[in-house]
Design a protein around this ligand. Sequence first.
Ligand code: PHB
Length: 397
Amino acid sequence: MKLFYFFVKYFILTYSIIYSLSSAYSEDEDIIKIGTLLPYSGVYTVLGEEITNAMELAFQEENNEIFGKKIKVIRGDTEVKPNIALQKGRKLISSNKVDILVGPVSSSVALAIRDLVVQTKTPLIIPNAGANILTREKCSKYITRISFSNYQINAPMGKWMAKKGLKSAFLLAPDYAAGKEMMKAFRENFEAEGGVILGEEYTPFRKTKDFGPYLSRVKSSNADAVYVFYAGGEAINFIKQAHSFGLNKTMKITGAGWTTSPLFIPAQKDAAIGFIGSLNYVPSINTNENKIFKDSYLKNFGRVPSEFAVQGYDAGKVIIEAIKSLSGDISKKSKLAEAINNIAVVGPRGPLTIDKSSNNVIQNIYIFEVVKGNTMPTLKILDTIEAVKDPGTGCNL
Ligand code: PHB
């Protein structure tokens, strides 16, 4: 009798384990898991939040569901640190079993997670990080960049500034992959049009709070312009300090447009006025898609969207359209990656296509000046350079 009870108990236990495992499995089958590898702490926190907000807004517009499958966003905080991002990436892939990864913001973090996503064949949509190599020598069918390459934003400015009669420049950027690549792209194109670089400095990344010593050296170069790249807390500090120092009275302050992103202008205020930069999105783009998006972002988050928001929103849109094109079947990662690369959308920034020879986005670049606005300074478009591509050198897809 004892033996009989033992077998009954054993049977019930085994059955319930199998049942709970299989129902968890089928529940998982009905969920689309999107893992983010974005900064929710550290110098780029606001960028990570802005990208996530806007991506979730795109999902909300679909009632968080595609072909009857619920969309679940699982956040991974990179802290803007390559080793932390790699740990979080491994966890999202092997424990959470995400279908798609969205991230990162920083070029150095992107370089750290590149091999992990390629080896595990996890489709990665980059909503910011610009490291050129990710869509050049280290390109992959599993990596799709819908933001920009560092070259793509800065090369047009080199040509444009020289043509506008600014003959000399001093370069200033944070000392990491993105800062170096942006300055190189600017320099090559500025020099090709006859411009001269009078000096360059790279400030310790995530550590520089006082730009005073750098501003003195920039000023004493007597260049026509300083060309900079900063983002997040560093952009806010740099612009405020350059203004108090009076640098704008002796030379033009120019650079990669994130330096005066609409995300940082509320903190920079009038100190941002006069800055000339380039970006892949400015809020004043006059299209129906942008108007609808801007109104919706304002309603949901109480502020004007930045280029980071648009990159997050477009990442969401690309995910939705790709999964729809597969009628909701995301069981094969290779098919999912192909579907992502085949999507063309018209977003708030204009038409977007993925360059088949690199998987980097082709898009318009807007050259703008920060001017006085009604309540807050705004970005006035000076020129639009259409359908800018990265050369994609060294990519074999
Ligand atoms: C990058 O590290 O690639 C990066 C970070 C912030 C930006 C742009 C590029 O605003």
